[in-house]
Design a protein around this ligand. Structure first.
Ligand code: ARG
Length: 259
């Protein structure tokens, strides 16, 4: 399934940009792929700065939607149902910290209808609630613009290694029209783009499933995106592509209510 999705993506990307290195284009979490890359061009996050950030054992990021449910990317999981194979690590920027909170999964819910293109969201139910702040998700398009923050333990450069310490970076919104000039396969209603025309700052392999967020009108963090895919990492004219959370907010909330 993951392989097929990756192949589909790779073929699409091939069609989009011509002769490219297929390996550079990947929706795979790092455990399933040789290609790496977390936050490129980032800096260390402070302990407690993004308390709802979660690292998932398959090599993805996530965010606490509720104390017992992690929001991540559909391409980070292999389907829906009972699943005790995933460990969520939370409460620390240093994954090797002795104070890390580690909780197992009990269930996974992959976005209904997910087939490798768009709808890149999933929920993971945890065995116990984690007593940390949660991250609200955007329910309207009101915050789908401006400058966003991204964070993750993924590669710090294309082909780089996973990180021990949480990295963060800021990336500007890129319009669907502009983004479609780079990615003809973009699904504008389900995906949004962010990054600099000149590249240099981006999410990367291993950041998938993690949140893209900004401040709302009241100054609270709000999640507007989920790290999904891109052509390589931080390349000029190839922004990162993120699941458009507002599009799926009601589906995410009703799915969460079933877990
Ligand atoms: N698919 C990657 C992962 O599984 C995330 C890629 C993000 N790429 C980007 N250029 N923003 O970790």
């Amino acid at each position: 399934m993951q392989l097929k999705n990756t192949l589909v993506r790779a073929l699409k990307r091939f069609a989009a940009v011509g002769a490219v290195v297929l390996a550079a284009v990947s929706l795979q979490p790092t455990s399933a792929s040789a290609a790496p890359a977390p936050v490129v061009g980032g800096t260390r996050a402070a302990q407690g700065e993004f308390p709802w950030m979660v690292r998932l054992s398959m090599g993805c990021g996530g965010s606490l939607l509720t104390p017992q449910i992690v929001l991540t990317a559909a391409h980070c999981v292999s389907g829906s149902g009972n699943n005790t194979s995933i460990t969520a690590t939370a409460g620390v920027v240093d994954l090797q910290s002795g104070s890390a909170i580690k909780v197992r999964s009990t269930k996974v819910l992959q976005a209904p209808g997910y087939n490798g293109s768009g709808k890149d969201w999933a929920l993971i139910k945890l065995a116990q609630p984690i007593n940390l702040p949660t991250l609200n998700i955007a329910t309207t398009t009101a915050y789908n613009s401006g400058t966003f923050t991204v964070a993750g333990w993924g590669a710090n450069r294309e082909g780089g290694s996973q990180q021990r310490y949480l990295l963060k970076a800021q990336v500007p919104f890129v319009s669907d029209a502009t983004c479609q000039q780079s990615y003809r396969e973009l699904i504008p209603s389900e995906e949004m783009c962010a990054g600099y025309t000149s590249g240099g700052t981006d999410t990367c392999q291993g950041d998938s499933g993690g949140p893209m967020f900004r401040r709302d009108a009241a100054g609270a963090w709000i999640q507007v995106g989920i790290v999904s895919w891109g052509y390589g990492c931080a390349r000029p004219n190839y922004p990162g592509v993120y699941t458009e959370v507002s599009t799926f907010a009601s589906a995410i909330k009703s799915a969460a209510a079933t877990l």
